[in-house]
Design a protein around this ligand. Structure first.
Ligand SMILES: *Cc1c(COP(=O)(O)O)cnc(C)c1O
Length: 400
């Protein structure tokens, strides 16, 4: 496993656990226990049963005929948009809630930006009956009211955070503060392959179900379990990590990471971390992040809430630095063009995040024999207000 995390929690030069002293016992407890717990046969049985009966797995691997014709290659969509709650995030929150229960935790905390991870966390807390507190920047609670209502309906307490810029990074700081005060009874559910070791590795293992299914489904449909390309969008990197996981050491499978260029890489309004990022520490992990010369985090921009993150998980920093994964940057406008294309050509309204991955098909040089698997990380319902607002402003006729 050339690209697996090492014993110290690093992927090449990236990763580790850069945490305040007072968090050390909680993170260390997790580090010592996570592998034993998640590979216990009874855990695996409970996890897999819930993925099947509650999440609705396996999600289909769908051969998109019209997209295939358009791009001149076989394009398969891995339909994470059909998972319960509308995206891949639930795979990870189910895994972590079962882990938390087995570690004897009675209280769950999470941070959320746009609210998607908060909703996925509130969902699984309701499922097992654990107390749930979600920290969310006050500005985000106002921008994302429907998700605040969803979390409350699911029984979670949403705490609006009024410090700093009142957005995701402040919510994260508040969640960390909570965990420091309640290390014994509380588990902190992180939503992507970010944070201190062992989170990136743990979350990747929970999301690995995506590539496990792709292999079996492709073998049945194509007679081989190896596609030529696996394409996924990258915010923190969890859906991509899951889609890549079982292909990491199969170097004939090309891994394509698609990040958000916002208004354009050089405009000062982007989230193109692999191009603009430099080595630094964010959320307890050493990785690529967008920062000023004196180490202040630069506010990212993307039209998609899920890709609007100033860093990238350490696994992806390593895959990109080593050349194992190739990156494309896709702008807001390009992603919205792909969103409309997929809606009209396949009858599938993708999440704006996933639409970044779809647009990358234009940038790849594909041959008719190529088999491409594109991870459709989520559905676009959550983005409807943003989509309508965007289309109104650029004057594209919605119904022709
Ligand atoms: C949150 C989210 C993402 C980005 O997160 P990753 O950890 O990079 O996968 C992508 N797509 C959807 C639909 C999301 O909700």
């Amino acid at each position: 496993m050339k690209y697996a995390v090492d014993e110290r929690g690093y992927y090449g030069n990236f990763g580790g656990a850069y945490i305040p002293e007072m968090l050390y016992p909680a993170v260390e407890e997790l580090r010592q226990q996570y592998l034993n717990i998640i590979y216990d046969p009874s855990f695996q049985e409970e996890f897999n049963n819930l993925l099947r009966d509650y999440v609705g797995r396996p999600t289909p691997l769908y051969l998109a005929k019209r997209l295939s014709e358009k791009f001149g290659a076989k394009i398969y969509l891995k339909r994470e948009d059909l998972a319960h709650t509308g995206a891949h995030k639930i795979n990870n929150t189910i895994g972590q809630i079962l882990l938390a229960k087995r570690m004897g935790k009675t209280r769950i905390i999470a941070e959320t930006g746009a609210g998607q991870h908060g909703v996925a966390t509130a969902t699984v807390c309701a499922l097992v009956g654990l107390e749930c507190v979600v920290y969310m920047g006050k500005i985000d609670t106002e921008r994302q009211k429907p998700n605040v209502s969803r979390m409350q309906l699911l029984g979670a307490t949403v705490v609006p955070v009024t410090s700093g810029s009142q957005t995701l990074k402040d919510a994260t700081n508040e969640a960390i503060r909570d965990w420091i005060s309640n290390p014994v009874d509380t588990h902190y559910i992180i939503g992507s392959v970010v944070g201190p070791h062992p989170y990136p590795d743990m979350v990747a293992r929970f999301q690995a179900i995506i590539s496990e299914e792709i292999k079996a489904q492709l073998l049945e449909k194509e007679g081989t379990d190896k596609p030529d390309y696996v394409v996924a969008c990258v915010g923190g990197g969890s859906n991509a990590a899951g889609a890549y996981y079982h292909f990491l050491d199969e170097e004939e499978v090309n891994l394509i990471a698609v990040e958000a260029a916002g208004h354009g890489i050089d405009t000062g309004f982007s989230a193109a971390t692999s191009v603009l990022g430099t080595l630094g520490i964010i959320h307890g992990s050493k990785t690529l992040l967008m920062q000023t010369e004196d180490g202040q985090i630069v506010e990212p921009h993307s039209i998609s809430a899920g890709l609007d993150y100033p860093g990238i998980g350490p696994l992806h920093a390593h895959l990109i630095e080593s050349g194992r994964a190739k990156v494309y940057s896709v702008t807001d406008d390009e992603a919205m063009e792909a969103l409309v294309m997929c809606s009209r050509m396949e009858g599938i309204i993708p999440a704006i995040e996933s639409s970044h991955a779809l647009y990358a098909l234009n940038k790849m040089e594909l041959k008719p024999t190529d088999v491409v698997v594109l991870n459709l990380s989520g559905r676009g319902d959550k983005d409807l207000a943003t989509i309508i607002n965007y289309l109104d402003n650029i004057d594209v006729p919605h119904g022709k």
